[in-house]
Design a protein around this ligand. Structure first.
Ligand code: AOF
Ligand code: ZN
Length: 343
């Protein structure tokens, strides 16, 4: 299953609105086939793995990171493909929450006499499928807030003559993340101050996520570097933007962040990497719209400066907490990741 999850990861950022899924077929302790879902409209992971395995799939065990589908969507049902290939046993990491599947893939396999095990590495799989699960369950993307701060919690100096807080190694890691999400979001302040490109340059085989610019009052113009083909612009309902009529840009007028996120999901955004700044991120956090944090802590002190988040929390027992925390050193910086615990 670990191998199947690694296979699935190859599709991250490319499969929406579908989930990333991986499949590994094992015959007498030997891997005879593996595959992943590369893109919506393309065959599912199981199909690639079965093609790879050929006749060796007969009597084999298939490890799949998501319940094999039972419906004919853009592609025929994977449960039937596994049965037709003579697979004897199927190990599933997590059930498919899609109402068209939702247990029916598993029951179809069992009814045909296959041995089915469910729940192997389920936590890892559901985290990997967070974007898909968020859109199916809540109608909005999974939101990751990424920032880099000093040891005293500042993301920018007071004089606004801003060099980066984090190291080159940390910034390379961010490009790898951009390659694995559907969209990268920033607020108007960041666009006007830093004019970021939001690309995955310096990453071999990388592709750019779609930029999402939150610009409620319509300040951002066509010269901003993050404005390119595929850019999504969120404005306040009724506000005119200089980007109206720019055929590279889709404008989403919204009355709230929640509504904006729902609009993004309708445009095929299942995972959103929020890159700041603090005003936008604090508004997201306040409304419970941040699901995951990825924070670089740089070994520097700034004194005065801009805080990463300003939250209306006054006492320790009310502090927002993280779950599934992981810590890693990246160059000179410390990377802390975790999921925002829901109270
Ligand atoms: C699988 N294996 O690799 C994936 C699955 O329109 P379709 O035919 O591509 O079906 C999309 C749905 O299939 C998607 O919403 C999810 O429920 C499931 N994705 N299932 O067995 C896969 N990607
Ligand atoms: Zn399928």
């Amino acid at each position: 299953m670990r191998l199947a999850l690694a296979e699935a990861a190859r599709g991250l950022g490319r499969t929406s609105p579908n989930p990333p899924v991986g499949c590994v077929i094992v015959q007498r302790g030997e891997v005879v086939g593996c595959g992943f879902h590369p893109q919506a409209g393309q065959p599912h992971a199981e199909v690639f793995a079965l093609r790879h395995a050929g006749a060796r799939a007969r009597g084999a065990t298939a490890y799949v990171t998501l319940e094999p589908c039972s419906h004919a969507g853009r592609t025929p049902p994977c449960a039937d493909a596994l049965m037709a290939a003579g697979v004897a046993r199927v190990v599933v990491a997590a059930p498919d929450p899609n109402p068209l599947v939702n247990g029916q893939g598993i029951s179809r396999l069992r009814a045909a006499g296959l041995d089915v095990t469910v729940g192997v590495m389920e936590a890892e799989a559901t985290r990997q499928q967070a974007g898909f699960r968020s859109v199916v369950g809540r109608g909005r993307p999974h939101v990751i807030y990424k920032y880099a701060m000093t040891l005293d919690g500042k993301v920018a100096a007071q004089d606004e003559a801003n060099g980066p807080v984090s190291s080159a190694e940390a910034r390379t890691r961010v490009m790898a993340w951009r390659n694995q999400v559907d969209a990268v979001a920033v607020g108007r302040g960041t666009v006007l101050l830093d004019d970021p490109q939001l690309t995955t340059r310096r990453l071999e085989g990388g592709r750019n996520a779609r930029p999402v610019l939150f610009d409620p009052e319509g300040y951002i113009g066509s010269q901003a570097r993050a404005v390119r083909v595929g850019t999504l612009l969120v404005t306040r309902q009724g506000v005119r933007s200089p980007l109206e009529g720019d055929d590279r840009v889709t404008i989403l007028p919204s009355t709230s962040l929640q509504e904006a996120l729902q609009g993004l999901a309708r445009h095929g955004i299942s995972t959103l990497l929020l890159e700041g700044g603090p005003t936008l991120a604090s508004a997201f956090f306040d409304e419970g719209l941040i699901d995951e944090l990825r924070v670089f802590v740089a070994p520097k002190l700034l004194g005065a400066g801009l805080a990463a988040l300003s939250l209306p929390v006054r006492s320790m027992h009310a502090a927002a907490a993280l779950e599934n925390v992981q810590v890693e050193q990246v160059g000179p910086d410390v990377l802390i990741t975790g999921w925002v615990a829901r109270k």
